[in-house]
Design a protein around this ligand. Structure first.
Ligand code: AHR
Length: 515
């Protein structure tokens, strides 16, 4: 193969997919490892405010541009009593969290999360426990959170310090209940009926909720497809979204397949859309069920010997906030994350919510040390730029790229792209990944329906000089992987040309007039 591949991209002002669903730039805070404790919350840390919220981490959360945060789990929520996390901190019970073999102090709970979310400027996506609990706890939590006052539970919220309702609109009906590892794992029929009844009871308290039913924990689950069909057959009228979860990793040094992970994400999304629409047709329903990709990321689940792997953590006994799955991300991971974000954005007509799992320390874009600093992982960069610049309409991108062979997905485009157009400020943004491990990519873009193109921003993430694709940002070396200027980008008339280095992620933004 030559050392320069070629990609030709065409966009057209008239060919739009829909408005950018800003909730796809969501994240996830679970009571798991050090995401909450010593992540977003560490009373006594030099950077903590009077609530114990780490301001160094908060600054990075704001810079990341997260729009919505799912809480409090994850597997954790399937054994969680929400009541344990409200009321005077000194009286909250210490509990065993079976999901992650951790001692939960409950020092951080619902009120703290609401305060933290308001300070961070993010919307809350609250998950209820449909593992060990059910309809009653679900409707009581909605009453506690959203009812204005004059009832036992809403007055308890007031007594606990929040006079005004939390007004939480977005709720997950449990977590990964298709998974045998889940506390309270269920069959699709059991879960579908429970989700339907929980949804009804929650809406009787607050009719204004948006509800997410659990879909499959991955496209390789043996029940995938049948699960969605059965759950939606029960709960179609009561829910608004069905969830998807997916984690990707490089297996045995097969970087070529790993870089093509978004092919699986595309397949997963397309299959769930087809299944939801089949249930719609069969049930003669009017509305569409949209998708909530509420857990996705790169996660090295096969690093079995590492001390932060769940089975090693549980061998070490019950501890408060142990290190669990603190993956250090490299350049290859950042490029893959860029392609996964592209897949989500290209499906923005149906994927309306997405949450990168998780926000801090636990497979996260942000790392923090107890009593120490916070820093950006490599995967921080594609997320922060897309969250900042993907506004307005999603554009169809017609890509004619050189391709490469890989073991898992066969023939795959070397250059992957998504694009948005913000009519209000005339800006068009392109988010690109070059999957070529050896080849730089020469990219030509034709802008149909636009003219007078003028470059406003061009940045690239690539392998730093003298390092390899596995290099990470860490405490010792610092943030040496980041964004630098992408040089020699030519924008004029209705054309744009540039070259992306081998294995890189780039953002190119232009201003253009309508033609
Ligand atoms: O994000 C880590 C875990 O992955 C979540 O708790 C669970 O829902 C998923 O299996």
């Amino acid at each position: 193969m030559s050392s320069l591949s070629r990609a030709r991209i065409i966009i057209d002002r008239d060919f739009t997919i829909g408005a950018v669903p800003r909730r796809i730039f969501g994240s996830f805070v679970e009571h798991m490892g050090r995401c909450v404790y010593t992540g977003i919350y560490e009373p006594g840390h030099a950077e903590a405010d009077e609530n114990g919220f780490r301001q160094d981490v908060m600054k990075l959360v704001k810079e990341l541009g997260v729009t919505v945060v799912r809480y409090p789990g994850g597997n954790f929520v399937s054994g969680y009593n929400w009541e344990d996390g409200v009321g005077p901190v000194g009286s909250r019970p210490r509990r065993l969290d079976g999901a992650w073999h951790t001692l939960e102090t409950n020092a951080f709970g619902l009120h703290e999360f609401v305060d933290w979310s308001r300070q961070s400027g993010v919307e809350i996506m609250e998950a209820i426990n449909l593992g060990t609990r059910g309809v009653d706890a679900a409707r009581e939590l909605v009453e506690y959170a959203n009812h204005p006052g004059g009832t036992f539970l809403s007055d308890l919220r007031k007594k606990n310090g929040h006079a005004d309702p939390f007004n939480i609109k977005l709720w997950c009906l449990g977590n990964e209940l298709d998974g045998p590892w889940q506390i309270g794992h269920k069959t699709a029929d059991e879960y579908g009926r429970l989700a339907q009844e929980a949804a009804k009871a929650m809406r009787l308290v607050d009719p204004d909720l948006e509800l997410v039913a659990c879909g499959s924990s991955g496209s390789s689950m043996p029940t995938f497809g049948a699960w969605e069909q059965t759950v939606l057959a029960h709960a179609y009228d009561e829910v608004d979204y069905v969830s998807l979860h997916a984690y990707y990793q490089e297996d045995d040094g097969d970087a070529a397949s790993f870089l093509a992970s978004a092919v699986d994400m595309d397949y997963f999304i397309d299959s769930v859309v087809a299944t939801a629409d089949a249930v719609r047709a069969k049930g003669k329903h009017k509305k569409h069920i949209n998708l909530s990709f509420d857990e996705w990321n790169v996660w090295y689940q096969r690093r079995l010997d590492s001390e932060d792997q769940p089975h090693q953590v549980s061998k070490a006994g019950w501890r408060e906030h142990p290190r669990v799955i603190e993956d250090a991300y490299n350049v290859t991971d950042a490029v893959v994350v860029g392609t996964l974000l592209n897949s989500l954005l290209r499906h923005g007509d149906r994927v309306k919510i997405a949450n990168q799992a998780q926000l801090v320390n636990v497979i996260a874009p942000i790392m923090s040390e107890e009593d120490g600093p916070a820093w950006r992982q490599t995967i921080f960069y594609p997320f922060t730029r897309m969250a900042e610049l993907a506004n307005g309409q999603i554009l169809h991108t017609k890509v004619d790229s050189d391709r490469y062979e890989n073991a898992r997905f066969g023939d795959t485009d070397l250059v992957d792209v998504s694009s948005t157009w913000d009519e209000e400020n005339g800006k068009i943004a392109f988010f690109l990944a070059n999957r070529g491990l050896e080849e730089a990519a020469n990219v030509e873009v034709l802008l149909r329906g636009f003219d007078n193109a003028r470059l406003t921003r061009a940045e690239v993430l690539q392998i730093p000089q003298g390092h390899d694709r596995l290099t990470t940002n860490n405490l010792q070396i610092g943030e040496h992987v980041g964004l630098t200027t992408l040089k020699d980008v030519k924008a004029a008339g209705h054309e744009l040309t540039f070259t992306m280095p081998a294995l890189s992620w780039a953002v190119v933004e232009i201003e253009a007039a309508k033609s």
